[in-house]
Every structure is written in C-alpha cells, then in structure tokens.
Design a protein around this ligand. Structure first.
Ligand code: ATP
Ligand code: MG
Ligand code: MG
Length: 355
C-alpha cells in the first residue's frame, strides 16, 4: 500500500482519506498544530489541504520531506500579493488591484480603483474573513495594521460567481470539471450547481486560464480557480492549490471525484477526464446542528465533518445528483423545512438554476 501524508486534518484531509480507500491508498491527515513527528518514509508523498501553516514539529517535518508535491506553489498562492502578481504576469484577467504599502492612502486607492474598494489581507483570509470595504471616498479608512499586509481590489459588479476545478499530472496533461455556479453569502459559499448548459460557452476560457497557471507552476494535482462572470468573460477572483469546496459536488456527480483526482495525480496514477453524470447540487451546512432527518430526504448524500458547530463555520454539506431536475427540485423542497429559515433564499437560488 502506498501512503500519502496530508498537511492539515480538517474536512478536506478527511475527504481525501475517504477517497483513498477504494484505491488502497493510505491517506494520513496530520494536524498542523502537532508537535509530534511521524513515520514518513522516503518513497511516500506529502500534499496539503491548506495553503499556509504554522511552524510546528509536524509541519517542519512534512515540509522538509523530498516527496512534498508542489511545495514551491504554496507560498506563491498563499499570499494574495504574489498570487495576483502571477495572474498579471500571465496576462490573465483579474480584478484590478494594488498593494497597500506603508504610505498608501484610501484616497489614492479610490483614485486608482474607483469608488468601492475591497481590502483583503494578504494571508490567512478565508470565508470572507480578512476583508475590509472602503465603500466611498472620504468615508472609510485603511486600518492601521493593514499597511503592507493587504492588497486592495476594485469592487467588481459581477453577474455571478463561478469556479473551475482542474487537475494536472506530472506529465503535464490537464483535465477539468465543468464550470460550477456558486452562491456566496457574506463571503461564505452556501450552494453550488454543475454542470449548467448556459455556462458551457465559458468552459474553454476557464480551462485556458487555469491550464496556463498550472503549467506555469509545473503543478501536479487538483487546483481550483474562483471567478467572477461579467457578461461573457471571466475575471479570476482567487486560486486554491488544493481540493476546493466548490468541487464537492464531484463526489456525487463525477466518475472520479476531485479528491480521488488529487490523490491519483500526487501518487502518479493515471488521470482521465472525469465523466460527469447528471446535474449536481451541493448545499453547504454552515453553523447548523446536525439533523438526521436530512438522511431521509430521497437522494441526499450527507458529509458531516464532526466539528464543533459555531456560527459561520462549515460543518458539512449535502450533495444531490438525481436523474432529473424535477427530482432535484423535490429533494430541495423536502430539505427546506429541515434547515434554518436563513436557507430559504439559498434553496430558492438553487431551484432557480433548474429547468
Ligand atoms: P474563500 O473562502 O473562497 O477562500 P476568501 O475569504 O479567500 O474566500 P474571496 O474569495 O477573495 O475571499 O472573497 C470572498 C467573496 O467576497 C467572493 O466570493 C465574492 O463574493 C466577494 N468578493 C471578493 N472580491 C471581490 C471584488 N473584488 N468585488 C466584489 N466582490 C468581491
Ligand atoms: Mg480564499
Ligand atoms: Mg474565495
């Protein structure tokens, strides 16, 4: 049996472990806070479920292992400054931006980027944390400790948010899942749908962009690219050098899930273009207690992460990949009374994407 170590033991690490089982790949997620050392063998591989980690005995040991795949990519993408610089270098479309330097003023940012400017911490942000709006000139200031620690982005008046998950083997061959349509509320992903025929004309553009990035980085594994759709074009929002929440639907809707695809790539096993089944819908469970009645909803595939429930925390997701869109609609109708009332607009949005 081959063994793959994962830096990070959150839900992504657990779902990688789950995906390794049918292939007899032993996947070992490692808690980044651990001060233990682990029995890594020279021929084994190391991957990560997050782009940044603290300096602990465990992370030092894993990061020093010669089998750490993509080690050089993580620092580039973990810092929004180097990530945006890479996107610019490759001449790919992204929201116009500036580095917030020691002497940068809000006024200068408004002048360069327009009325609404979004400051984003360079590192550590997720689920919309680490963001600060400068809503109108003369009103909001740059927080003191954000100088040199943030970038500023032009507010994009997008039509909707989409993402693409791709994979690249060590021979350079890339494959992609179809574009996913995503609903983010207050910076947190709440629902996804894929594939949608009305987005298929953007597929080639998305693949071209993500393929160019993966090739430039000589990347091996799964990478996700979040985008804004503005009319018939895509602007890159951000990149994740790992499996991604907007690809969770592939557990139900594709012959090879994003988790298996990542493991195959890292282990040097064959990659193929995943066969996509029917339309899939994913509902993220955020800050809500588990309800076993979800399991009684026909077609529901629950992933419960076993984490302590806290407001705004992702604690699970439910996938659906049913034979018809009418069945998907009924399943969402059945789920609705089993979720907090705040999910009403999310379910309405998901249903509005169905035929
Ligand atoms: P994630 O959990 O996906 O890693 P994050 O905290 O890293 O999120 P972003 O993806 O950069 O943050 O932004 C979160 C959300 O904020 C986006 O999905 C989008 O809804 C909104 N947003 C981000 N950048 C912009 C922008 N330039 N203009 C308008 N809205 C934006
Ligand atoms: Mg992010
Ligand atoms: Mg994001």
């Amino acid at each position: 049996m081959s063994r793959i170590w994962v830096l990070g033991a959150g839900q992504l690490g657990q779902m990688l472990k789950h995906a390794g089982m049918p292939l007899d790949l032993e996947v070992c997620p490692v808690d980044i806070e651990s001060e233990e050392t682990f029995p890594l063998q020279l021929h084994e591989q190391v991957t990560a479920e997050r782009e940044q980690w603290p300096d602990t005995a465990a992370t030092r040991q894993l990061a020093a292992h010669p089998g750490f795949v993509n080690l050089n990519t993580f620092p580039i993408l973990a810092d929004r400054f180097t990530q945006k610089s890479l996107i610019d270098k490759l001449e790919l479309a992204t929201a116009p931006w500036r580095l917030v330097e020691t002497d940068t003023t809000a006024e200068a940012l408004h002048q360069a980027l327009g009325e609404r400017v979004l400051l984003k911490r360079r590192t550590g942000g997720y689920d919309g944390r680490g963001q600060h709006w400068l809503r109108e000139p003369g009103r909001d200031a740059i927080p003191d400790d954000w100088h040199t620690q943030a970038i500023a982005e032009q507010a994009i008046d997008f039509d909707e948010e989409v993402s693409v998950v791709g994979m690249r083997g060590d021979d350079g061959q890339c494959y992609f899942y179809p574009l996913t349509l995503n609903l983010h509320v207050n910076g947190i992903l709440l629902g996804s749908v894929s594939p949608l025929a009305r987005l298929s004309h953007l597929q080639a553009e998305a693949e071209g962009m993500l393929g160019k990035l993966m090739n430039d980085l000589d990347y091996v594994g799964v990478m996700a690219m979040e985008c804004f759709r503005v009319g018939d074009h895509l602007l890159i929002n951000e990149l994740a050098p790992r499996v991604h929440n907007s690809g969770h639907w592939t557990q139900a809707g594709a012959s090879v899930s994003q988790f298996e695809a990542h493991l195959r790539a890292v282990a040097g096993l064959p990659l193929v273009k995943p066969r996509v089944k029917n339309l899939s819908v994913m509902v993220n469970l955020v800050g809500t207690e588990r309800d076993n009645d979800w399991l009684a909803v026909d077609g529901a595939e629950l992933y419960w992460y076993g984490k302590e429930v806290r407001p705004g925390r992702k604690v699970g997701h439910i996938n659906f990949c049913l034979d018809s869109q009418a069945e998907t609609r009924s399943a969402l109708d059945r789920l609705e009374p089993l979720l907090p009332a705040s999910y009403g607009p999310v379910l309405d949005w998901l249903r509005s994407q169905l035929d």
